[in-house]
Design a protein around this ligand. Sequence first.
Ligand code: ATP
Length: 364
Amino acid sequence: MKVVLKNLTKVFPNRNKKIGGEVVAVSNFDFEIPDGKLIGLLGPSGCGKSTTLYMIAGLQKPSSGQIFFGEDDVTTLAAEKRGIGLVFQNYALYPHMTVKQNILFPLQNLRGSDKLSKDEMLKRAEEAARLVQIDELMDRKPSELSGGQQQRVAIARALVKTPRVLLLDEPLSNLDARLRLQTREEIRRIQRETQITTIFVTHDQEEAMSISDMIVVMKKGVVQQIGEPQEVYDNPLNLFVARFLGTPPINVFKGRVENEKVKIGDAAVFDAPGVPDKNVFVGIRPEGFNLDPEGPLELDLVGIDVMGRDISVITKHEDSLNPSIRAIISADQKTEVSGGSVRFSVKPHKIFVFDGETEERIYL
Ligand code: ATP
């Protein structure tokens, strides 16, 4: 089921009466989510991810704009009639019910022509439990399960009605690091198996990048960029997106374009044919540096982090926006790093230049 958002906007009155005015939580969100894909809605706290998800779910009413599931306009349709499965961060299981009863619950509430026989309900509940691999735990209470298992029950409960769209709001936030990794792989597998169009909200860029077919990066209610994770990482449209994606983060310097050269301090690090002189931000991915005794960029050495196959060379520069600069190079080159400073050249496809005022990308 494709999901179409047309100029979706949500404005809240400001709760702080002294300040007054309005909060634009989501502004003119336009996107056609292709059928059967997993979409990661990504951005820092307060950027409007949850509000977008709740409007799709029918839990929040849009201030303007429309939402379609396939060809159906569901903008004003009640949440329970939309055919969605919802999973929250805090599982929200009924503590007094067993796993089986929790999963059965949404089916027992079906009325009219949707009503199912007892056998059919049980069959569906068992299928959903098998899919998320908790079929051995059906008689336990939620308190007798690990966090990861509880979240699987919540996912099974969301899937049991075979929803048209699956909506996940920070579903991994309450899990420890290992379970997060494992459960996100599970979500990916389940989504692939069921082919249900899924929207996954997270503030964790690595999580979104690793499981999504496409990511949507938001900032202050406004969509910044939509695309396949690798494509957005390799081709950020603005400084915000470049900084938001990547661990370790992109290294950003205050720089200038002068005489068609990109300069950091006095070092001309790159050609900028046709670009007029102006202030810019220069972003270099950690994997974008080459150790090069003849290289134009000289940075003050702070230390080296050994990471196994690679090392991270940590340096400083007075025009760096990041407190320290990280360059990731092969561990074989460790012996080449010594003394008070290191010289680098930069890989052309790993350097991005952004306008100093608008922070939009300048294409070189
Ligand atoms: P988080 O990751 O912290 O949950 P988010 O990206 O999901 O953040 P939203 O919860 O969608 O962000 O909130 C977007 C903006 O709308 C924020 O500025 C928030 O304070 C505001 N907001 C959300 N709900 C309401 C509400 N009911 N009344 C007023 N303002 C709200």
